[in-house]
Design a binder for this molecule. Structure first.
Ligand code: NDP
Ligand code: HSE
Length: 596
């Protein structure tokens, strides 16, 4: 979509923000918050901060209107507004929980906290004010802000709701006030049609239409007040399904109709169903419209008899049978999975993996196989888990990366956090294993091999230099005692495992994994437990921070599933995220290797 020439260029800050509204039609039950969180994460990993507008769960607002009738027939509109708005408050809180679970820095706000005010009929109010500064301050220290849609404070009555479909209006208002040119409204349709496609099979889908045409075609799909405000404020509306690339774009200009593209189902093989794989399986089985799933490869299928989500096998040939489109490797180990991935890639099957050991050690073989087979390899989760480190480094290739450092191993950070609380090393490690953070052989975490694998991958991404992990010096966590942590704390410091690389002259790089005390004011000091953090310095001296949870089922599964959805959405060699309208800055390349 081309930008609207009638609108001024947005500010740099606004460029990095987007507004996404999740409608009640896509929030049909608690499980849908996980998908909404994934959709939000997709934008965050592409470099945007997201303002999420939450509608109530499907049917909840109707039920609240009914309750207001039953309990208070004839009650004042204010009293009714106070009840019917509750669905959005609950939904915003649930969205916050789902985002927090995958490690997104999220703040949930009530309308009053951002000065969101309405005027007029408390049951069908119009929005009239927003405290932009207070919203901006919150955005500065989070990657997602969740706002309940449909409701606002009211100068006279205290509380108001914005009429049916009012969360659309909230989305448009926030976009307009903060200077963002577009708002994405996620609904259970893949766009706006000439008329309701459920009632009329001859309905034709729009790729693009103007505000007047949208008002005529919408039939309640989009709130009229929201369309009018969008037109007045020059906000472009995107109507899209959850996880979809394409949207119907409501903006000035001639209407363009078009069927959906790239909507084929993919046959997918999952190798491994442990801490990470089980979370990924959850995501995949929720999208039977997109994926046909082969039996999942595990060592012990007998232990899975009560898991009804999928069939399980210990036979790799069965797991990889049929004409596969996508292989997702989450087994662990280095050599065996690398062989399976290379075979798949050279046969033209796209591969997603969370396996840093395999990628770090066998990158060249995997790359050759991908080139031979014309397939893609994606490995976002291999570094940083749900902290999008690879994506950030890729975006910074232009202008260029001077150096990078980070807390890159969740288990090591968890153990150091617990040592700082006076816990014994063995207890802390056992808990990290229990929580699914540690590698199958936890010496990889403790002795710094896992962090070195990740650093080796980032060095390749940042500098295009091959530095095998075995050539990176590492310090073992076993050298650190609770007494050393207590002594550091007495001096206002905390121990961290830090992986660091700096480009030196020519094609050389200095790299090491160290354990060192940092001041409490240092950005790494705030990374607690399994959290990861990275600071990437570009060649202009600007420092870019990356936050997230580096280990655990849900953050890692979110990153793996984001790669899967990128592959699902785009045919080979396409930009996997063409709908994310990044402004004119370095394109957010997928976290994947494409054939040359
Ligand atoms: P788990 O040990 O929890 O799970 C491994 C899964 O793979 C199990 O289902 C296991 O089967 C199966 N498996 C292992 N080896 C074989 C084999 N030879 N044949 C068949 N099945 C096999 O590992 P994680 O989920 O923790 O990690 C998976 C990968 O993700 C690793 O590469 C890890 O480094 C990476 N990763 C992990 C993160 C985390 O937080 N845990 C974060 C980021 C990346 P069975 O269940 O029968 O034993
Ligand atoms: N064992 C790894 C860690 C898993 O603790 O960071 C995530 O890569």
């Amino acid at each position: 979509m081309s930008p609207n020439p009638d609108q001024p260029e947005p500010s740099r800050e606004a460029d990095r923000l987007c507004v996404i509204k999740f409608g009640g039609s896509v929030l049909t039950g608690l499980a849908d918050y996980s998908e909404a969180a994934s959709e939000t994460y997709r934008h965050i990993r592409s470099g945007e901060k997201v303002i999420v507008i939450a509608s109530a769960l499907q049917g909840e607002t109707d039920a609240l209107y009914e309750e207001s009738e039953l309990v208070g027939a004839g009650a004042s509109p204010v009293a009714r507004a106070r009840l019917v708005r509750l669905g959005e408050f609950r939904s915003a809180a649930l969205m916050g929980l789902a985002l927090d679970r995958i490690g997104v820095r999220v703040i949930v706000v009530d309308p009053g906290e951002i000065g969101l005010f309405a005027e007029g009929d408390p049951l069908d109010a119009g929005l009239c004010g927003l405290d932009v500064e207070s919203l901006r301050k919150k955005i500065e220290c989070a990657d997602a802000i969740v706002v309940p849609g449909f409701t606002a404070s009211h100068h006279e009555s205290g509380a108001a709701v914005l009429g049916r479909g009012g969360a659309d209006l909230t989305a448009v208002m926030l976009a307009a006030k903060i200077g963002i040119r577009r708002a994405r409204l996620i609904k259970n349709v893949d766009g706006v049609y000439t008329c309701n496609p459920a009632k009329n099979p001859a309905a034709v889908r729009f790729d693009r239409l103007d505000y007047t045409a949208a008002t005529a075609a919408s039939e309640g799909l989009i709130q009229d007040k929201a369309i009018h405000m969008a037109e007045a404020a020059g906000v472009q509306l995107e109507i899209a399904a959850m996880g979809a690339v394409q949207a119907s774009c409501i903006m000035p200009g001639p209407a363009i109709t078009g069927a959906l593209r790239n909507n084929q189902r993919k046959r997918i093989a999952l190798l491994g169903c442990g801490a990470v794989g089980s979370g990924v399986l959850d995501h995949v089985v929720r999208r039977p419209d997109l994926f046909d799933l082969n039996p999942v490869l595990v060592r012990d299928p007998g232990a899975r008899s009560s898991d009804a989500r999928a069939a399980f096998t210990s036979d790799a040939a069965i797991a990889l049978s049929d004409r596969l489109d996508l292989l997702v490797e989450m087994m662990g180990g280095a050599d065996e999975p690398a062989v399976l991935m290379a075979e798949a890639l050279s046969a033209g099957v796209d591969v997603v993996t969370a396996n840093k050991a395999a990628v770090a050690r066998h990158f060249d073989a995997l790359k050759d196989a991908a080139v031979r087979g014309g397939a893609r390899l994606a490995y976002s989760a291999a570094v940083g888990g749900g902290a999008p480190m690879i994506e950030t480094v890729r975006r910074l290739r232009t202008p260029g990366v001077a150096g990078l450092e980070g807390v890159m191993n969740g288990t090591a950070n968890f153990i150091l956090s617990k040592l700082g609380e006076g816990r014994a090393f063995a207890d802390a490690l056992a808990e990290a294993q229990e929580l699914g953070f540690a590698e199958a052989d936890p010496r990889a975490d403790v002795e710094g091999h896992d962090a070195a694998d990740k650093l080796s991958i980032l060095i390749r991404e940042a500098f295009d230099i091959s530095l095998p992990p075995e050539h990176i010096a590492k310090q073992s966590l076993a050298e650190i005692t609770p007494e050393m942590c207590a002594a550091a704390a007495a001096h206002g410091k905390v121990y961290k495992q830090i992986a660091r690389a700096r480009r030196t002259s020519g094609n050389a790089v200095d790299a090491a994994v160290t354990i060192e005390p940092v001041c409490l004011s240092h950005p790494f000091a705030g990374a607690r437990n399994e959290q990861n953090r990275a600071l990437i310095t570009d060649i202009n001296g600007r420092i870019h921070a990356v936050f997230g949870k580096g280990a655990g089922r849900w953050p890692t599964a979110a990153a793996v599933f984001a790669d899967i959805m990128d592959m699902q959405r785009s045919p080979a060699c396409d930009n996997p995220v063409p709908d994310i309208q990044m402004p004119d800055r370095s394109a957010p390349g997928p976290t994947c290797l494409q054939p040359a």
